[in-house]
Design a protein around this ligand. Structure first.
Ligand code: UT7
Length: 345
């Protein structure tokens, strides 16, 4: 069956929008990650709630998740990944023109996590802000960085996805508590060497699905509801269907736009929300799993950190070589989605 660029929800059809990278190309020059040491296994969760290792493994592919020590802030985990990314790129904080943090779990409404990271790094020449697109935040951040580098308004941009989601988990809700974990990943973007870098993008949002993944009282707002501890909630099966569909269509869109055949994707790095979502989409796209980066077993769903955690691991394991077509794809609350295709440098 042909893949169209329209996905259908209960509220109607949405046409995906994609565009070719323009101007000065950008590329990832170095990556870094951080995951808290403390691990909670499925067997640990069995002792905390009515769940089982069997259910979690079979329904999600998750075996464990890294959970930050109480009191850990998002800017701390973000800064650890950021320092590792600067080292990998061989630059210092003084080189940074911009710091973008994607997070679903900021430490508060303001100041931004990005400004706290800037302060920790001493990156005084950078402009810093947060992007909130839930699990899609990292890809949205990459697209902003690429646009600034393309238009020569920035040369060196640090994009971070960082989460301490465990603060937002209700351990009496087995439908969400077993899914999420904490962590951070960061990438330094610089102008790309000839022929390399980002080639195409597909970004979108469908606010009609705002109630499908939420945190806190979204109708009254957390302040009016005096919601001291807003918890993550979701309509799991609906999000599951949306996710498989949007993964397939995004892959098709960015490949068509870049003039690359789907079968020529060397590595697909999807948002790690559920192994079954990734597996179902990979089958429809026609990608064998040895060309898909999957580490949900180790980290669970780390929202905006999941794509950089999986991409960095693939790089470290030598799964990406110069000239490879690498596809990143995310989706999340909003609803939001975002994908990009790049030629690895
Ligand atoms: O990145 C954020 C976006 N979120 C997602 O991508 C999530 C997408 N959705 C999913 O990954 C899946 O829908 C879940 C993993 C969240 C749930 O899996 P499911 O196969 O869709 O299960 P379900 O919600 O349809 O529930 C099936 C059964 C229910 O029991 P009954 O009513 O059939 O008796 C649930 O109460 O499984 C039960 N259940 C559990 N059982 C043991 C739900 N959570 C658990 C659990 N342990 N942790």
């Amino acid at each position: 069956m042909a893949i169209t660029n329209e996905y259908r929800t209960r509220s109607g059809a949405v046409a995906l929008r994609s565009f070719k990278a323009k101007g000065r190309p950008s590329a990832i020059a170095g990556m870094g990650v951080y995951a808290p040491e403390n691990i909670i296994t499925n067997f640990d969760l069995e002792k905390m709630m009515d769940t089982s290792d069997k259910w979690i493994t079979e329904r999600t592919g998750i075996h464990k998740r890294h959970i930050a020590a109480p009191g850990t802030t998002t800017f701390e985990v973000a800064t650890k990944a950021a320092r590792a990314a600067l080292d990998a790129a061989g630059i210092t904080a003084a080189d940074l023109d911009m710091i973008l943090v994607g997070t679903s779990s900021p430490d508060g409404p303001f100041p931004s996590v990005a400004c706290r990271v800037q302060n920790e790094l001493g990156a005084s020449g950078a402009v810093a802000w947060d992007t909130l697109a839930a699990c899609t935040s990292f890809v949205y951040g990459l697209s902003i960085a690429d646009a600034y580098i393309a238009t020569e308004r920035a040369d060196t941009v640090l994009v971070i996805g960082a989460e301490v989601l465990s603060r937002m988990l209700n351990y009496t809700n087995r439908g969400t508590a077993v899914i999420f974990g904490d962590g951070a990943g960061a990438a330094v973007l610089r102008p790309a060497p000839t022929g390399g870098g980002f080639k195409s993008w597909c970004l979108g949002s469908d606010g009609r699905g705002y109630a499908q993944v939420t945190c806190g009282n979204i109708e009254k707002g957390a302040y009016a509801a005096k919601d001291a501890t807003p918890f993550i909630d979701m309509v799991g099966p609906d999000v599951f269907k949306f996710a498989v569909d949007i993964f397939i269509r995004q892959a098709n869109e960015v490949c068509n736009t870049a003039g690359v055949a789907l079968e020529d994707i060397d590595l697909w790095v999807p948002h790690q929300a559920n192994f079954r979502i990734i597996d179902a989409a990979a089958r429809r796209i026609g990608l064998p799993l040895d060309r898909v980066a999957i580490n949900i077993d180790e980290y669970g769903n780390t929202s905006s950190a999941s794509i950089p955690l999986a991409l960095e691991e693939a790089i470290r394991k030598g799964r990406v070589k110069s000239g490879d077509h690498v596809l990143l794809a995310g989706f999340g609350s909003g609803l939001t989605w975002g994908a990009c295709l790049m030629t690895w440098v």
